[in-house]
Ligand binder design. Structure first.
Ligand SMILES: [Mg+2]
Length: 438
């Protein structure tokens, strides 16, 4: 009988703040980071589960310690029994009677659970010899429903309703899978729009995005209205009328400021406005959504769990749902969120970028297309071309689409040298930077 034998963690940080990659109105100098873990077993197949929580620098040690706190919840567990009941495994972490106090179901501990759950999914897919999107899509509706904890959801989504959604998506699945493998899944790019880039770089990157086949770009906004109007005008001139431009305020505004700011940018045809205000403010988002319609409100990268997403949907607070692969408690909770979105008829356009988020989240959207919503209409996955070179199976973008990954696993595995060189503190990269600054 094989067991989990080891949970190893790494505090990995990339000095992205040096180039202002990833800069926005709230996160002015991020060092993209991963609180990373490797799960090992004594199965004798050499397979490991890799997962991580994404942070932006300081605090990544806290996030890593939270993952360490879950060691005894995993090490020693029967491997087959755990992989055979991933819904039960999820509940054993999320409902720990003492750790729960640190949330409940939010923040550092919940993200740590997400990292561990995703690492177990990585291992499950590797053992099955398929990518995670395929492992999920080939489950029966009953098995998929068995992954979900419906506590706090049944006023909006019952297990029977979830089953009905999944069964409705069964016809045509083989054709959709063939299309997915042929064309990939639509992407949009945030690369042109970081707030720290000057106008010339913005315009150049807008032209490049269109030339590369993207049909949507996104600009960071929210620091200065006059700057935003100028940048929005330049971007619109650069991409023309047919390319969608979304804007992202990264939680910068109060509700009245958001409405005023978005109205000022609306003449340049805003496709969606992302994170206009606090991610916890369900009613604030609903007020903004009503005021700025038909411009869409998008949010989700900081929505901490399925319960807040449920309320956002019930309140009509978002028109675009941006789940994140590493914010909530892993695959299981994101499957619940995909089903909630399908119930309310809201398209899911996941948050990605950061480090490794593109690699992970593509699997969830591809599963959604095959087995949940059955559609790619108005659905795009965020793409940012940062840090993919550190992964063994990096995402591939072709003609503005994510190419469906075919290697077994979740795509979460980083190069061994990256884990060593970028380890914080003490890795080669950080030692060199310290010396340069002395
Ligand atoms: Mg965003």
């Amino acid at each position: 009988m094989a067991r989990f034998t080891e949970l190893e963690t790494y505090d990995v940080r990339f000095p992205t703040s040096l180039d202002l990659d990833g800069s926005d109105a709230m996160n002015t100098d991020p060092d993209y980071s991963a609180a990373y873990l490797i799960l090992r077993t004594d199965a004798g197949d050499g397979l490991e589960g890799h997962g991580f929580a994404f942070t932006i620098g300081r605090g990544n040690d806290v996030q890593t310690a939270a993952i360490e706190a879950l060691r005894d919840h995993v090490v020693g567990l029967d491997l087959e029994a755990t992989l055979g009941d991933l819904g039960g495994f999820w509940k054993s972490l999320v409902h720990d009677s003492q750790l729960r106090w640190l949330g409940p179901e939010k923040g550092v501990m919940h993200m740590a659970i997400g990292a561990v759950v995703n690492a177990v999914w990585d291992l499950a897919a590797k053992r099955a010899g398929v990518p995670v999107w395929k492992l999920l899509a080939d489950m029966t509706p009953e098995q998929i429903v068995g992954l979900i904890d419906f506590r706090y959801l049944t006023d909006a989504l019952t297990p029977d309703e979830a089953l009905a959604i999944l069964r409705k998506a069964e016809p045509g699945r083989a054709e959709r899978e063939a299309l997915l493998l042929e064309r990939g899944y639509p992407a949009y790019t945030t690369t042109p729009g970081w707030l720290g880039y000057d106008d010339a770089k913005l315009v150049r990157l807008c032209h490049e995005a269109v030339a590369e086949g993207f049909t949507q770009i996104k600009l960071k906004v929210g620091a200065d209205l006059d700057d935003d109007i100028r940048r929005m005008r330049l971007a619109r001139e650069a991409v023309g009328p047919d390319i969608r431009i979304a804007i992202d305020a990264n939680q910068r505004w109060d509700v009245p400021d958001a409405i005023r700011w978005i109205e000022a940018l609306a003449p340049y045809d805003v496709w969606w406005v992302e994170e206009p205000t606090s991610p916890d403010d369900v009613l604030g988002h609903a007020t903004i959504a009503k005021a700025i319609a038909p411009t869409r409100v998008a949010t989700g990268e900081h929505v901490q769990n399925r319960v807040v997403f449920k309320q956002m949907l019930q309140a009509g607070a978002l028109a675009v749902l941006q789940l994140d692969s590493a914010r909530v408690a892993g695959v299981n909770e994101n499957v619940a969120i995909l089903l909630l979105a399908a119930k309310f008829g809201v398209p899911v356009c996941p948050h990605a970028g950061g480090v490794g988020l593109c690699e992970l989240v593509q699997h969830l959207s591809m599963f959604d297309y095959l087995a949940v919503s059955g559609s790619v209409e108005d659905r795009v996955i965020e793409y940012v071309d940062h840090l993919h070179e550190h992964f063994l199976d990096p995402v591939v973008i072709r003609a503005g689409h994510y190419v469906a990954p075919v290697k077994p696993g979740f795509g979460a595995e980083m190069d061994v040298e990256t884990l060593t060189d970028f380890r914080f503190p003490g890795g080669k990269i950080w030692n060199d930077l310290t010396k340069e600054n002395q």
